[in-house]
Ligand binder design. Structure first.
Ligand SMILES: [Zn+2]
Length: 185
């Protein structure tokens, strides 16, 4: 396994539509392993392929120590609405309140090529929605009000200096700040 670089806000790959996965290959399995390792090193609870510069339609999520691989995921049912603070591994140190469906059912393929459905609430439901957005070039800051978003982008102008080439390089020992307890996705 190896740690991957995380693309940060401004990298075009984060705004690129992904391509559905036709079949599970060794290459895809390796990517998923690396994504879990990278997500753990960054202390996140979700990571989507575009965040590591790849365009396969695949994401990983881990809430309450349950690793879930989502290949070609879609939301097939959703209800309710819940607002909570959200962060993103591709926009370090930026957080914002986002309204999401409170309950979702996701249909996806697993690493054995089997299609499954999973219902989720709370943080897991939020993680599913955040990662599926990533697979379609969408970021959580897109949901913020015009003024909020302008504030975030102004802060990012300073923060982005830390990420030359719009890449965030992790080390296994690095302990990124999760200052206010929100685990990024
Ligand atoms: Zn994210």
């Amino acid at each position: 396994m190896s740690l991957l670089e995380i693309h940060v806000l401004g990298s075009p790959v984060l705004r690129t539509e992904t391509t559905p996965v036709a079949r599970v290959t060794d290459d895809l399995r390796r990517l998923v392993d690396d994504m879990f390792e990278t997500m753990h090193a960054a202390q996140g609870i979700g990571l989507a392929a575009p965040q590591v510069g790849r365009l396969e339609r695949v994401a990983v999520v881990e809430v309450d120590r349950e690793p879930i691989v989502l290949i070609n995921p879609e939301i097939v049912a959703e209800s309710g609405s819940e607002r909570a603070e959200e962060g993103c591994l591709s926009i370090p140190d930026i957080y914002g309140d986002v309204d999401r469906s409170a309950r979702v059912t996701v249909r996806a393929m697993d690493l054995d090529g089997n299609v499954f459905e999973r219902e989720a609430t709370d943080l897991l439901a939020r993680a599913f929605q955040h990662e599926i957005d990533h697979l379609h070039g969408k970021l959580f800051i897109d949901y913020l009000s015009f003024l909020k978003r302008r504030g975030v982008l102004a802060r990012w102008e300073d923060l982005k200096e830390k990420y030359p080439g719009q890449r965030r390089v992790l080390s296994p020992a690095s302990t990124p700040s999760t200052a206010d307890g929100v685990e990024p996705l």
